[in-house]
Write a protein that binds this ligand. Structure first.
Ligand SMILES: NC(=O)c1ccc[n+]([C@@H]2O[C@H](COP(=O)([O-])OP(=O)(O)OC[C@H]3O[C@@H](n4cnc5c(N)ncnc54)[C@H](O)[C@@H]3O)[C@@H](O)[C@H]2O)c1
Length: 386
């Protein structure tokens, strides 16, 4: 028998039982569920990462839907437990769902939701922050200052890289990669080289138009190029930011060989998923290339860092906070709750998961639809006409 896990209960007499494995920001998501006759149970166990056994205990004998987190292992065991409890709805509170075995969910007919769109700009802003912090050595300089080592201005003190006119390389130019590219191009007048399996026409059009605007104002225009291989990006870019999904094709995309391809003074930023980078190879590269700098939001085996990484002055490390703005985290909670609610109520799936604004306006009721269900096609779920 699984050990009981502590919970907080909202609307105890609600008809549908919805479990959230974590407390999530804001209260709108709770209210939206309660208004539709859900009993909401939120796990309050003081444990950052819940085990499969903990979640089985939370699911219990009767559960209509679960809102889970990217730190949890949603596979065969949990989807079969949810299905046995009568549940057909699950949503990750994240856009990435590499922690979810979607085939297992399909097998049990469980819809898998995610939360795209709402975290695009916030995540891109953190990638931009890490790029700037690495280029201008902000963390090192802050530590130096606090240690009382500053004894006056010096020509060589914390000299870093100027971004203007340099080349930004984006690997994975989807929603977040494109938003990041635009920030670096518009904000710092960098040129773009990108690699993606698909052409990013909107991004290309943006850079072309911005380049023309700069030219018309007597400034050097910015340029773009879609690289045929990732190596071209690695060779040519001064700042490289990683934004692909994590799957078999992107596991250790950045390894010993790809690091050796980059410029000695390049900056590498990772706000995608830790295993996209071979972290052991990265530590070695940082040791031997003191001018190479890295900004990391994600790690290969979270919450741990590979040995030696925390000693590297040329690495900036933050604890997976790329989506951590109030608006975004509250929006993610809302989208995750509405994915689960929509499936329970038999609503159709929203036609465009990139256009989730109608679900985020707290002043009006959200559309009667699931904002984003990744296995909607496989499960033949109806699509909203709204
Ligand atoms: N650090 C964080 O807190 C945080 C927050 C949000 C998202 N993320 C991560 O960012 C990822 C991207 O999010 P998004 O909303 O931009 O997704 P998206 O699907 O819009 O973009 C992903 C892009 O990667 C491309 N891609 C896939 N395989 C590739 C490959 N082998 N090489 C090059 N490109 C490839 C896709 O074609 C797509 O354009 C998520 O899957 C998630 O893992 C992290």
């Amino acid at each position: 028998m699984a050990k009981p896990v502590s919970i907080e209960v909202w609307n105890p007499n609600g008809k549908y039982r919805v479990v959230s494995t974590k407390s999530m920001p804001g209260t709108r998501w709770i209210n939206l569920l309660i208004e539709q006759d859900c009993r909401v149970e939120i796990c309050t166990q003081k444990k950052t990462i819940l085990s499969v056994e903990d979640i089985i205990a939370l699911i219990g004998d009767k559960c209509d839907g679960v809102i889970g987190q990217l730190t949890e292992d949603w596979g065969e065991t949990l989807f079969s437990a949810l299905s046995r409890a009568g549940g057909k709805a699950f949503s990750n509170m994240a856009v990435g769902y590499n922690n979810v075995d979607v085939n297992a969910a399909n097998k049990y007919g469980v819809a898998v939701g995610n939360t795209p769109g709402v975290l695009t700009e916030t995540t891109a802003e953190l990638a931009a922050s890490l790029s700037l912090a690495a280029a201008r050595r902000i963390v090192e300089a802050d530590e130096f200052m606090r240690a009382g080592l500053y004894d006056g201005w010096l020509p060589h003190l914390f000299v870093g890289n100027l971004l203007k006119g340099q080349t930004v390389g984006v690997i994975g130019a989807g929603r977040i990669g494109s938003a990041y590219a635009r920030m670096m191009i518009e904000g710092f007048k960098m040129n773009l080289i990108y690699y993606d399996l698909y052409q990013s026409t909107r991004l290309e059009k943006f850079v072309t138009a911005y380049g023309e605007f700069l030219k018309a104002n007597g400034e050097q225009p910015v340029t773009w190029r879609r690289a045929a291989t990732m190596d071209e990006v690695l060779r040519e870019a001064d700042v490289i930011s990683l934004h692909p999904i994590l799957d078999k094709t992107t596991y250790h995309l950045i390894n010993k060989d790809s690091l050796a391809t980059m410029k000695k003074e390049a900056i590498l930023v990772n706000c995608s998923r830790g295993p996209v980078v071979d972290e052991v190879a990265l530590v070695e590269h940082l040791k031997h290339n003191p001018m190479f700098r890295v900004g990391l939001d994600v790690f290969e085996e979270e919450p741990y860092m590979k040995p030696g990484l925390s000693d590297m002055k040329n690495a900036i490390v933050v604890p997976h906070i790329a989506s951590a703005s109030k608006w975004t985290r509250e929006g993610m909670a809302t989208l995750a709750a509405l994915n689960v609610l929509g499936k329970i109520k038999g609503y159709p799936v929203w036609s465009d998961p990139n256009r989730v604004e109608p679900f985020l306006n707290g002043n009006v009721p959200p559309p009667a639809a699931c904002p984003s269900i990744v296995n909607a096609k496989v499960l033949s779920l109806p699509v909203s006409k709204l």
